[in-house]
Structure formats: C-alpha cells, structure tokens
Design a protein. Structure first.
Length: 296
C-alpha cells in the first residue's frame, strides 16, 4: 500500500522536515499516480528498478508492489531514515547519495538490465538523463517525470518547437515518447509547473554507426548547429563544413538545425570527419575524445 497526501504530510511534519527549494523537492503524494507510473514503466517481478529521488517513498512503495526489486536513491540525509522506515519490509534497498555523482557501475553491478524510474527536479533532469544514456548502459529503459517543457525537449522530433541538441542526443541512444501528463495537484508542495512522464527505451545500437563517426565528433557538430538555431546551417557551420561536404552528405545547407534528424546529423558529421582525414597527414589527426558529460 502506498501513501496518501495526508500520510505524506504527516510523515514530513512528524519528522520536522520541510521541502527544500534548493533540491527542487516536490513530493509525489497520490497513490493513483504512483501506481500509474509503475504501470507505465511496465514492471514485473523479474525487473530490477533504480529510483532516483525517492523522497518519502510514495512512488517507491508502488514500484515494490509490482514485485520488482527496487533500489531507491535519496540525496537528502534528512529523509533517508524516514524513507527506510516507510519501506521497511518491502524489497527495497535505500541508498543515500547524489545521482549526479554516484558510482553507477558499482551500484548496478552484477550484469543484467535495469529500469530507471524517477521524479526529477528541473535543474538536474536534462544533464542526468544525458549522462545516463552516455555512460550507464546497464539502464535499459527509463520512465522519468519531469517539467513539461523538459519532457517535450527530451522526446521532440525534427521540426518540433522543442527540438534541440538534447533531443538529438536522446534519439542517438534511444526512442523517447511523452506517455502522460501529471497535474500539479498530486505533489506536496504543489509546484507552479505541469509535469509529464517520458518513456525512454535504449536502442540495441546507436542510431548513427560509431564506426562512421564518433559520438564526440557528432555532438560537437550538433552543438555548433544549434548554437544559432534560427540561422541556416551554412552560416552556423561556416568554417566547419565545406560545399563539397554538404553535397557528399546529402544535407541541404539552407536547412536549419531543427530540420535535421539524428541520421542527417550522422551523415553530415561523418562527411566532415572523412574530409578532415583526407586533408590531414597521419601525424596531424587529433585524437578522438569521448563526449563530455553534462553536455547534450
């Protein structure tokens, strides 16, 4: 059984804990929404789930109800003893830690695939999802609850107003869809923004073959293109992409960054990399560097 709004309020009051603005704390306090999230995550007893930002455990209990094994991460040391008391007896391991600095390899050791479920605050949602896709292959799929504008950006396709560099990053690694809306009334305290649920399923292989162009080269070009998204790509990428490269890649230089799907960016980046290789001697080629984290 998960927690009602009154129970969440009583738990916080009894522990003397006030929600932290600095941590972006808006606690889920609605059993129906918690169970809806668990259902949309498609969980069963065979799954291993990692939850970020467990808070007082409203969603944690709903995840445990599915029979899945749950690892609940909470950064606020004031809440950890309370969370452990709430989930006591359930198949839940509580970990105190910051999801942005955790040793994810150590946490998810043992092989196999994990499902990530999280109620993410605005200030960490985008870099955290990007970092997990980049570097934590054990997380096979995610269901994240985020501010509506953030969720639309994660799942946007070419031509959509929300489409940007992070949309290309997500599409490179995964398929993402907004699968539901969450009203402010189910949180305590009530936020001033709408939230959405985004389902992210990792692809079997990246959308662009890493042998044709590295992720670092690809996203360096993507960031340059979106830096001046209202301008034509010919101007945004002046000095990076020659007329011959545009033609070789089959990409219209008069297009804007928001017009290109991840495959288009892949062809363009591969053509740039090929041109650089052709014009440089072996000693002139720069080493390929991994994509820096925290950058979409």
């Amino acid at each position: 059984m998960t927690l009602t709004r009154r129970q969440v309020a009583d738990l916080l009051a009894g522990s003397g804990v006030h929600p932290s603005r600095a941590l972006g704390q808006n606690f889920l306090a609605d059993p129906n929404t918690a169970r809806r999230i668990a259902r949309l995550a498609g969980l069963d007893a065979a799954d291993r789930v990692v939850e970020i930002g467990a808070g007082v455990g409203c969603l944690t209990l709903a995840l445990a109800e599915t029979g899945a094994s749950v690892t609940a991460i909470e950064v606020d040391r004031r809440l950890v003893p309370l969370l452990r008391r709430v989930v006591g007896g359930a198949a839940v391991e509580v970990v105190e830690g910051d999801a942005t600095t955790l040793d994810w390899t150590g946490l998810l050791e043992g092989g196999g695939r994990w499902v990530l479920v999280a109620n993410l605050p605005y200030n960490v949602a985008t870099p955290l999802v990007a970092d997990l896709l980049d570097s934590v292959a054990a997380v096979d799929r995610m269901l994240v609850m985020v501010q509506r504008e953030v969720g639309e950006r994660l799942a946007a396709g070419p031509g959509a107003p929300a489409y940007g560099a992070v949309s290309v990053k997500v599409a490179y690694w995964a398929e993402a869809h907004v699968v539901g809306r969450v009203p402010p009334t189910v949180f305590l305290p009530r936020p001033k923004v709408e939230s959405v649920l985004v389902s992210i399923r990792r692809r079997g292989a990246p959308a662009v073959d890493p042998l044709s162009v590295s992720a670092g080269q690809l996203f360096s070009l993507v960031r340059a293109g979106f830096a001046q998204r209202r301008k034509m790509l010919r101007r945004c990428l002046s000095g990076l992409v020659s007329d011959e490269v545009w033609a070789s890649a089959g990409v219209d230089p008069q297009a804007r960054a928001e017009d290109l799907a991840v495959g288009d960016w892949g062809r363009l980046a591969a053509a740039v990399a090929d041109a650089q290789t052709a014009s440089a001697g072996p000693d002139d080629l720069p080493p390929r560097r991994p994509l820096p984290l925290h950058q979409p």
